[in-house]
Design a protein around this ligand. Structure first.
Ligand code: PHE
Length: 336
């Protein structure tokens, strides 16, 4: 019992269990195991010297407890290591945070739809310019020099000769100056007028301009194109009617209506019970406009029409307020 007497075994056991429990890595655990259980440990040496059963039971009991503690600590350290790896993003099976999918703005969707219809008719999509000369936006379009729409209270002037375009019609002028006919183009874009925003007015809005210049085209081509366009956009049963109107750059000029695509023409609040919805303006390109861009009106004929994109979106989806398009409330925009 000499070897037993030299050591306080309950204290040895407590010290060893504490060291094992405090090990923070495989290496620390191994150091504790070597120190208290290894071949040169006091426990191993004592066990080698055991001669009596009582001491054997005591020391083997301590050894079993320590071995169990080392195994338990090992399992625990492995679990902690896996947990850290998962925290560092290693576990690819953990579900991610969902990210909301974006989508195109309703007005962009409709603009693209319109472009596709015209591309299908053999037209090109033309990109005009939001900044326009006074000449392109008014003079070349045959506008009356005294017309009130030219005033600084109606139009945004950048300087005396430059404005933010008030309509997409100046794109007709730019295109005819840049290209040689035949010309078949559609030009969607942003326009600006000095309007106070309310449910039906906005200082900025989107228009689409359509221009066809060729030899031997007639007003029937205009009617057929407008009809084809609205039937593709709003359904094959739609009809189009034209009423005489007045624009400086077209002669004759018309405004066109389409049979209501909500009630089919029977009459409802959207069409104000008339069965028809006003869509835009159109006409035969005025000879003065051709002369202004250096084209001979006896050689070339053409038609133009223009309409607003917001109006189409509002009517189609029953949106009561124009401001919804630029307030960017995702609860509204997310519905389309
Ligand atoms: N530019 C006109 C407007 O803003 C619409 C239009 C376009 C009329 C082309 C005739 C031809 O009201």
């Amino acid at each position: 019992m000499d070897s037993l007497a030299a050591v306080n075994w309950p204290a040895y056991e407590t010290e060893a269990l504490n060291a094992v429990g405090a090990a923070l890595s495989e290496q620390e655990l191994d150091e504790a195991r070597v120190k208290y259980l290894g071949r040169k440990s006091e426990l191993a040496q004592a066990l080698r010297g055991v001669r009596d059963r009582e001491s054997g039971i005591l020391l083997n009991g301590i050894r079993s407890k320590l071995e169990a503690a080392v195994a338990a600590r090992e399992t625990e350290l492995t679990r902690l290591a896996n947990e850290h790896a998962a925290e560092a993003g290693v576990d690819v099976t953990i579900p991610g945070t969902p990210i909301g999918r974006g989508r195109l703005h309703l007005l962009t969707q409709i603009r693209r739809e319109i472009e596709d219809i015209f591309l299908g008719l053999g037209y090109e999509v033309y990109e005009g310019a939001e900044v326009s000369t006074v000449w392109e936006n008014f003079d070349a379009l045959n506008a009356d020099p005294a017309h009130p729409s030219r005033s600084k209270t109606d139009t945004f002037y950048i300087d005396d000769d430059t404005v933010l375009r008030t309509q997409t019609s100046p794109d007709q002028i730019r295109a005819m100056q840049a290209k040689t006919p035949p010309i078949y183009l559609v030009s969607p874009g942003r326009c600006y007028r000095r309007d106070t925003p309310d449910a039906t007015h906005s200082p900025t809005f989107l228009q689409v301009e359509c221009l066809a210049v060729d030899r031997g085209i007639t007003l029937a081509d205009l009617q057929g194109t407008v009809l084809k366009f609205f039937r593709t956009l709003f359904g094959a049963e739609r009809e189009v009617r034209m009423r005489t109107s007045n624009f400086p750059f077209t002669e004759p000029s018309v405004e066109f209506d389409v049979t209501c695509f909500i009630c089919g023409g029977r009459g409802c609040p959207v069409c104000k019970h008339s069965g028809w919805i006003e869509m835009g303006g159109a006409g035969w390109v005025d000879p003065n406009v051709f002369r202004n861009v250096g084209l001979d009106p006896s050689e070339w004929q053409g038609f133009a029409f223009g309409f607003g994109i917001e109006r189409i979106a509002m009517l189609r989806h029953g949106l009561p307020d124009l401001r919804a398009f630029w307030e960017n409330d995702l609860r509204v925009l997310g519905q389309f």
